[in-house]
Each structure stands twice: as structure tokens, then as C-alpha cells.
Write a protein that binds this ligand. Sequence first.
Ligand code: ZN
Length: 221
Amino acid sequence: MAIVQDRTGVEELLVRASTPELRNEIEQMILRTGALLIGDHYVLKSGYHSDQFIRFSAIVKFPTHVKRLATALAEKLSSLAPDCVVVPNNAATVLGYELALQLHSKVAFVDLGAAGYPARFAPNFEVPPGERVVLLVDIVTTGQSLRCLDSLSSNAGLEVVAAAAFAERGMTEISQLDLSCPEENRFVLAKFKLNHWLGIPGVCDLCSQGIPVVSSMNLQA
Ligand SMILES: [Zn+2]
């Protein structure tokens, strides 16, 4: 495993951010925290394989970074005046807490199921029917975590007004997902272009070479 430590390396992989200033700040966050890993054979939660991984937990160890990212999201979401931010109980949790603070809303944590996807509201964090909620995740790969939050919220009678994420990693765009909220109310702060393959020898070069896999779930600690 290697950490991307040079700015050129980060610039190549970070293809877009919502503003030039934020792009610069996210580059610096990644360099300072060692959040971008390369040179191993990562199995993503989605089942895809990659030789590049963003470790969001490395970024959220720094409250100033969490505050900066939440501020950028709050600027986009505040006009919607949501009642609650719905966020999985993982590395995204503190971002959800800070976002709710800035939006003057509540926050609701969603516990993960065995596959690592949001499965049920945490005890005592159920949201009353009719409330307007924002769904938040850290990084969109296939969008499955957002879909889980969306169906959980819809089934609970909530109105999903927006969906947001720190970043997309280049496989699926948040705007293309089949979510309840309008396309114009979906926001990501950064877009990366990271490699990913189906985990099949011949499709994934690293599988073909017999390189042992590293589960991304173990890297978020
Ligand atoms: Zn592979």
C-alpha cells in the first residue's frame, strides 16, 4: 500500500470540484491526511476491484476538514431548509452531524447491514413521517448506499428533498441515480477518476496476476 503524497498525483485523479478554491483545499486535505491509497488490490464494498482507494475516515479525523466540507454542502442545501440529515453510521457520520449543525436541522443515523449498506435507523433515531430529509454519504461508487437510504426514508414516509456526497469516484454520477429527489437537488463536492474493474481474472489485471486482495472495509478504520 502506498499513500499518494505528491500534488501532481492528486491533481491527475481529482478531475473536478465544485469551485477552484474547494478543489485546492480538497487536494491539500488529501495530501495532509494520506486519504488516497494506491498500489494495492482493493475490493470495494460494491464488489468492484481497484488499485486506488479514497479513505474518507482519514479526512474526518480532522474536524476543521469536516467543517469545511459541511460548509460547502450547506451552501448548496440551506435554501431547501430540510428537517433532518439522514446519514449512515460510518465515516460519513461526523460530516452528517456537522452538516445538520450548519443547516439548523436534526440528524438521523442509519445502521449498516451485514453487507455494509444502510439497513435501518439507529435506535432512537427514527424520523417522524412527513419530515423533509437530505440523504448524505461519503463517496458514491455505484450509488447503492444512497439507494438504500432513499428506500428506507421513502418507506418511513419521509420526503427526500436532496442527496449529497463528498465525492464520486467516477463509476456512477449522483445525478443519474434512481432516487426520489429531483436531479437538480443532488450535490457532490468533488469528482475523482479512479480505476475500477469487475473482480474477474482477465477483466481485473490484478486478479489475473494473482495479487492478494485487500478489503476496503478494513481500510476505513
Ligand atoms: Zn481484482
